[in-house]
Design a protein around this ligand. Structure first.
Ligand code: SF4
Length: 417
């Protein structure tokens, strides 16, 4: 992991939403965007509040028509997370959104380029003390005339990248646009340069990070449904974040945007860029040794943990006792399935051996009790009372079943302490 690149810091929000800092030493923030019409106030508020509850630090809404910016005022009254107005083509929408009290504006240099129009938006944002994201998108900056000639000319600037000409255009667009902002001494800026191509996204942001001091909003645009979009997004954003690049991010899916927030947060937790809130679930992939319906159990445990646990307890759900203990190393609470039963451990100490249908309730009961103990200072996360040692071996494969059923498995699994 590379140290975080130094960027300026901008602030988004106010007293009623709380202030989110982007850039500098602020934690990397997670954004998402509503998928419905902004002028449908009730539906839009509902969607914003769902994203807020899922952990979004900022929520963006599209404002293509005046009826959308008219709705903004009421939407802002009914929500408590900073709202970004996404403006394309019509600079008036930006002015109307600022007037409505929005907390940040996104402009696209590819479709609002008139200097007077940009100046009007800058002045309005300056008066309202709100920042602007300058978001160039591969899809809206490609200049289609003389494409081959430009490709050859511009590609020379970044010969190491197969997308050199696109990176050159993105940087040129940003420089050109930033000149307008600098002339008006406006620096409350965040930058993005998204593409649907993960490798272009990595190369473009890497080059942009070398050239500009503004905080960077990361994203792979039009990444598709979660099944494919997650890979595209995580490979690009994960690489950049591991290289110290990125101050805020949006993962874009063609599906429920709550997944964008959940996956964005999980990415940051995995890279230790944010402190985890809530339980961390570890689960085995299952194999031919599986001894309970693990897929169902894991999904039920995941949902319940999300609802009931708000401290970073590590919970492991393992399909068998053969490899489970080793795989659950480090978990605060673990269950190992065996012969249609579940053996439950709390920080390495066996506390129960229950039937399969009782596993979920007992595991959650232990999680709730443990959470309470941590809150009261009676237990510490990540500490183990007894080390769980994998069995060594327990006879022929499968011969441990009888011992598991008899409840004496701890004599096999806990040995060298
Ligand atoms: S814990 Fe057991 S069932 Fe799960 S993958 Fe490992 S060996 Fe297979």
């Amino acid at each position: 992991m590379q140290p975080r690149a130094t960027t300026r810091q901008i602030k988004v929000g106010n007293d009623s939403t709380g202030i989110i800092c982007i850039g500098g030493d602020a934690p990397v923030s997670v954004q998402s965007m509503t998928s419905g019409y902004t002028h449908d106030i009730d539906q839009c508020v509902k969607e914003i509040n769902r994203l807020d509850s899922a952990g979004a630090d900022l929520v963006r809404v599209a404002v293509p028509e005046a009826k959308d910016t008219i709705a903004l005022k009421e939407i802002l009254n009914q929500t408590s997370v900073p709202i970004v107005a996404d403006v394309h083509f019509h600079f008036q929408r930006a002015l109307e959104a600022v007037e409505a009290g929005v907390h940040k504006i996104r402009l696209n240099p590819g479709n609002i380029a008139d200097r007077n129009q940009v100046n009007a938006v800058i002045d309005a944002c300056k008066d309202a003390r709100i920042p602007i994201r300058i978001g160039v998108n591969e899809g809206s900056i490609i200049e289609r005339k003389d494409k081959q000639k430009r490709k050859e000319e511009l590609g020379k600037f970044f010969a190491d990248s197969k997308h050199g000409h696109l990176i050159a255009i993105m940087i040129a667009k940003l420089e050109e646009y930033l000149d307008i902002f600098h002339e008006r001494d406006f620096h409350d800026i965040c930058i993005s340069a998204k593409s649907m191509d993960s490798s272009l996204t990595i190369d473009a942001y890497t080059e942009i990070a070398k050239r500009f001091e503004y905080p960077l909003h990361l994203g792979v645009t039009h990444a598709g449904p979660r099944e494919t979009g997650s890979i595209r997004s995580v490979v690009a954003l994960g690489t950049l974040l591991a290289n110290g690049i990125g101050d805020t991010l949006r993962i874009s899916y063609a599906s429920d945007p709550v997944y964008e927030v959940e996956d964005g947060l999980e990415l940051l937790y995995c890279l230790a860029k944010r402190t985890r809130i809530g339980a961390e679930l570890i689960a085995c992939p299952t194999c031919g040794r599986i001894q309970v319906d693990l897929y169902t159990l894991v999904q039920e445990v995941r949902k319940k943990l999300a609802d009931e646990i708000d401290i970073p307890i590590k919970v492991a759900v393992m399909g068998c006792v053969v490899n489970g203990p080793g795989e659950a190393e480090g978990a605060d609470i673990a269950v190992f399935a065996g012969d249609r039963r579940g053996i439950i451990y709390v920080q390495g100490q066996r506390v129960a051996n229950v039937k399969e249908e009782e596993i979920l309730d007992r595991l959650l009961e232990e999680c709730r009790t443990f959470q309470e103990k941590v809150r009261n200072g009676e237990a510490t996360l990540g500490e183990k009372v007894v080390e769980i040692i994998p069995p060594d071996p327990i006879g022929e494969l499968g011969s441990g079943k009888a011992r598991i059923a008899a409840g004496d498995v701890e004599q096999i699994t806990i040995g060298r302490t």
